[in-house]
Every structure is written in C-alpha cells, then in structure tokens.
Design a protein around this ligand. Structure first.
Ligand code: TYM
Length: 336
C-alpha cells in the first residue's frame, strides 16, 4: 500500500529534546525514506492548542516558532506537506462528523485527559475532552498508514483506529485506513532532567527540566551539568538501571542521540560516574543540536517566508483532504 505518513505537534512552547527524539527525528527519517508515490503530512496542531487559553499574539508567535523549529530539525517543505490545522477546515469538519461515532466511554478512558484536567475536571475546556476525536480526524483525513509519535500518543492512535473501524462498519463503507503508530523504542519517553518519573514536557514550569532545540551551547551544558543523578557509577548491565530513573534517562538520551543500543553505551562507560559521563553527553548534544539552532535562528529572521511556506502547505493539505471528507459526508447521507 502507498505510504501516507501523518503527524502533528502542538505549537505551545518550544520544540524540546523529548519531541525531537520521540517524534520529529522519525518524521525526518520517514520523509527521507518514503517510497515513490508515498506522501508525508506534518502539521502544527494549533486547533488542539485551544484546549488551553492563550492570547492571539502568543498563539501566532508560537505557530511560527514551531514551524521554524520543525524546518530547522529537517522537515523539508519541498518534500513534505507542512501546514497548520487552522488553515485546513476539513480537520474540524471531519472531527464533528466523527463525534457521532466516538463513544463517551472511550473518551473517558483517555489518560491524557485525566492527567491534563487533573483535579479540576469540571473546569477543563470541552476541547480538552474531545481533543482525541480531532486527533483521529487529523490522521484519517489523509488515509494515514503510519503515524510517528512518542509513546504518550499511543492511546490516542488506538482510539483513532477504533473510530475508523466503527465508522466503516456502521456505514458499511471502506472509507478510512487504519493508522499504525511508529514509536522509537529507545526514545519513546524522554524524562525530565529534574525528575526521572515525569515526562520531559513543554508545560513543565522549570525550563531546567528540558533541553530546547533553541538553547545555546552554554545552556545545554549547564542543564546537563545540573541534571538530577545519583552518586553510583554506571553499571555494565542495563537491568541495574531499573531503579535509577534519572541515570536511565541520561543513558537513554545518549543512546538515542548516538543511535547506539543501551548495552553498547554502558559497555563504554561502565564504572564511570556522572562527573565523567555528563560532559560527554553534553558534547554529543551540542554537536547534533548546534546546527539545528543555527538554522532556527536564520529562519526566525524571515517570518514572511515562514507564512508563505505554511500557506503553500495548507493549500496542498486542503486538496489532499477533500476526497475523504466528501466520502464521510456521503457515507452519512449528509451530502450526495
Ligand atoms: P505534543 O505536541 O505533546 O508532542 C509532539 C510529539 O512529541 C512526542 N513527545 C515525546 N516523545 C518522547 N518523550 C517525551 N518526553 C515527549 N514529549 C512529547 C509526542 O508523543 C508527539 O509525538 N496530541 C499530540 C499532537 C497531535 C497529533 C495529531 C500527533 C495532534 N494531532 C495527529 C499525531 C497525529 C500532542 O499533543 O503532541
């Protein structure tokens, strides 16, 4: 089957190492490897970002900043369709149609809603609750075959498959393709540098908890130097990292960055403490992320060009989305 690769990122805050290793690096690899006839769609989930209040100027700035960061990280708008959801009305339209198929019981099981709404469930926006239905529309619209994401999105993708299956069955059509999540084993879940039990996240109030792709060399070095660790030396057996979440996270980041298996990294550093390991890790990060930051600084200087690229991407996306949206209206007897 022709490959259709689709994925999105919320344009809130900056692109961080968790996004990069968990998802974006795979976007770029899949874009580079996609077979002839295949297509990649990557988007800024600005319609998802309304689930949390933000003023208009901040949202606009965040969309441009994230678009620049994705291009700097290797997404090529000449080969991949790069756009923002808000410029493609088929996304919220299909999401509304799928609301007829999605079950409340399914949404009630979504762990991300539970985590994000926390104790203030009644005060959370309705958008936060129906968020996974829009996410299903995002991928089903383009007949996605593969969706490169970090592990935290796996449940949302399973929901998208459930919605697609139920829609196809209920309306007796073969409209939607079932998407496969693509999750990198080594970097499925990069953790906070301050707390090995929390995910590295844009919404963590401490900037020291994450490496942003926009951080300069001194900042990266400082964040790794201050990253929480323990006094024990590195073991040679990965099993011995099981109860050392911070150590495991730093070794995992090294392994993912260097594209080496964890046992190979441990074989090299076993017996050494973090005083020796951290500077080597910081060097590796700086070496890889330095060129990304340089490109990002250049792209930021030309917001007009970013807007032009996003407008061109949205035009391509609108065209690609139209047949599936029309098929959904037809299947439901809403339009001929
Ligand atoms: P978002 O914006 O939170 O994150 C973007 C991508 O980065 C991955 N990720 C991580 N991976 C490993 N370790 C981490 N600490 C880490 N933090 C984030 C996420 O898994 C994701 O792949 N709902 C999505 C955006 C979205 C989407 C879609 C994704 C909207 N529609 C359709 C795929 C397909 C989100 O909020 O991702």
């Amino acid at each position: 089957m022709t490959q259709r690769i689709v994925s999105g990122i919320q344009p809130t805050g900056r692109l961080h190492l968790g996004n990069y290793l968990g998802a974006i690096r795979n976007w770029v690899r899949m874009q580079d490897a996609v077979a002839t006839g295949g297509r990649c769609f990557f988007f800024l989930a600005d319609l998802h970002s309304i689930s949390v209040h933000e003023d208009a100027a901040t949202r606009r700035a965040n969309v441009r900043e994230m678009a620049a960061a994705l291009i700097a990280a290797g997404v090529d708008p000449a080969r991949s369709t790069l756009f923002s959801q808000a410029q493609v009305p088929a996304h919220p339209e299909l999401a509304w149609l799928l609301n007829g198929t999605a079950r409340i019981g399914w949404l009630n099981r979504m762990t991300q809603f539970k985590e994000k709404s926390g104790k203030n469930r009644e005060g959370a926006s309705a958008a936060l609750y129906v968020y996974p239905v829009l996410q299903a529309a995002d991928v089903l619209l383009y007949q996605a075959t593969h969706v490169p994401v970090g592990e935290d999105q796996k449940q949302h993708l399973e929901l998208a498959r459930d919605i697609a299956t139920k829609f196809n069955t209920d309306f007796e059509v073969d409209l939607f393709t079932l998407p496969e999540p693509i999750i990198p084993p080594a970097a499925a879940r990069i953790m906070s540098l301050r707390d090995g039990s929390a995910k590295m996240s844009k919404s963590d109030p401490s900037d020291m908890s994450r490496i942003n792709l926009s951080d300069d060399v001194d900042m990266v070095v400082q964040k790794i130097r201050k990253a929480k660790t323990d006094p024990a030396p590195l073991p040679d057996d990965p099993a011995e990292l099981a109860d050392r979440p911070e150590a495991r996270n730093l070794v995992g980041i090294y392994a993912a960055m260097a594209d080496e298996p964890v046992p190979a990294v441990l074989a090299r550093f076993a017996g050494q403490g973090f005083g020796a390991f951290k500077p080597v890790l910081a060097d590796l990060l700086v070496e890889t992320l330095g060129p990304v930051k340089t490109r990002l600084d250049q792209l930021r200087d030309d917001p007009g060009e970013l807007d032009r690229l996003l407008a061109a991407g949205a035009a391509q996306a609108r065209e690609a989305a139209a047949p599936t949206l029309a098929g959904a209206y037809r299947a439901m007897g809403l339009r001929d």
